[in-house]
Design a protein around this ligand. Structure first.
Ligand SMILES: [Zn+2]
Length: 275
């Protein structure tokens, strides 16, 4: 079965600290036992605990994927890497390398994966924009995001499907063309319709509409996640309907522990209960 389980759908500092929405990232189970992978993406605080609560077999997870080093995306990377046997790690390069290693001076950050856990990783892939990693029939392509610091989204594809995960960041011209051909698009949308934040570092509903309208071939399903308190107060059902009406695409918001059956979505057999 190809599936995604949301181990948390909250995003940002306040949501992370309040845990009104959990912050565990996403669990992916793709392909079959011979050719496939189980991994977690952007495991923020609570990821492992939430995976256990969801009765997922944590021992079966083979690796971790990190889009950037922010706390709400990465603290449990160390937890997962500590428990797994020779896990793989695909991470935006600043998550694992310090300034000296990258030859950078100006940007102030610290790698979110501890040096100890980095040593325990079986296969380390430090990526930047356009970096590609292929593993057991799954292809990961990093796509730059415009966020506070270095961040990438990912396109995860097999010969059957293409899933886009934009990660954090505001919309930038040409971003949608990179995600062209995605069947499922998972967007981190933190700013409700009609709102102009002072700091434009996150995707808004207006920008997400522009993004989807700009795609030549529309995705079968757009899933909104990584919600701020702002989005929760603005009514997620209302926000997804605004996007659906504006784009003609099926748009849903994710809930904590929601499971998406990728095969059902692709075959068009998903009922309202499946969404
Ligand atoms: Zn972030």
């Amino acid at each position: 079965m190809n599936r995604i389980v949301f181990l948390g759908t909250g995003g940002g500092r306040h949501m992370m600290f309040s845990q009104l929405r959990k912050t565990g990232g996403m669990y992916f189970e793709l392909g079959d036992d011979k050719n496939g992978l189980k991994f977690v993406m952007d495991p923020g605080p609570g990821s492992l605990v939430n995976a256990r609560s969801a009765k997922l077999k944590a021992e079966g997870v083979e690796g971790v994927v990190l889009s950037h080093h922010h706390i709400d995306h990465s603290t449990d990377a160390n937890v997962w890497l500590d428990g797994l046997e020779k896990p793989f790690l695909i991470a935006e390069e600043h998550c694992v390398m310090d300034k000296a290693e990258l030859g950078e001076k100006d940007y102030d950050y610290y790698p979110c994966v501890s040096p100890y856990q980095r040593k325990r990783v079986g296969k380390l892939h430090a990526v930047r924009d356009r970096g590609v990693v292929k593993m057991k029939g799954i292809r990961f392509e990093a796509v730059k995001s415009e966020h506070y610091g270095p961040t990438v989204g990912f396109i995860i594809s097999t010969d059957k499907f293409r899933i886009g995960c934009t990660s954090d960041g505001r919309h930038y011209p040409g971003q949608e063309s990179r995600y062209e051909g995605c069947n499922i698009l998972i967007m981190n949308v933190l700013v409700p319709k009609g709102v102009e934040p002072e700091e434009k570092k996150h995707m808004s509903v207006d920008e997400a509409i522009k993004f989807i309208r700009g795609m030549k071939k529309k995705p079968k399903l757009v899933i909104l996640q990584h919600f701020s308190l702002w989005m929760l107060r603005a009514n997620l059902w209302k926000q997804e309907k605004i996007m659906k009406d504006a784009t003609g695409v099926q748009v849903i918001h994710a809930d904590d522990f929601m499971q998406v059956d990728i095969d059902k979505i692709l075959s068009g057999n998903a009922t309202q209960d499946d969404l």
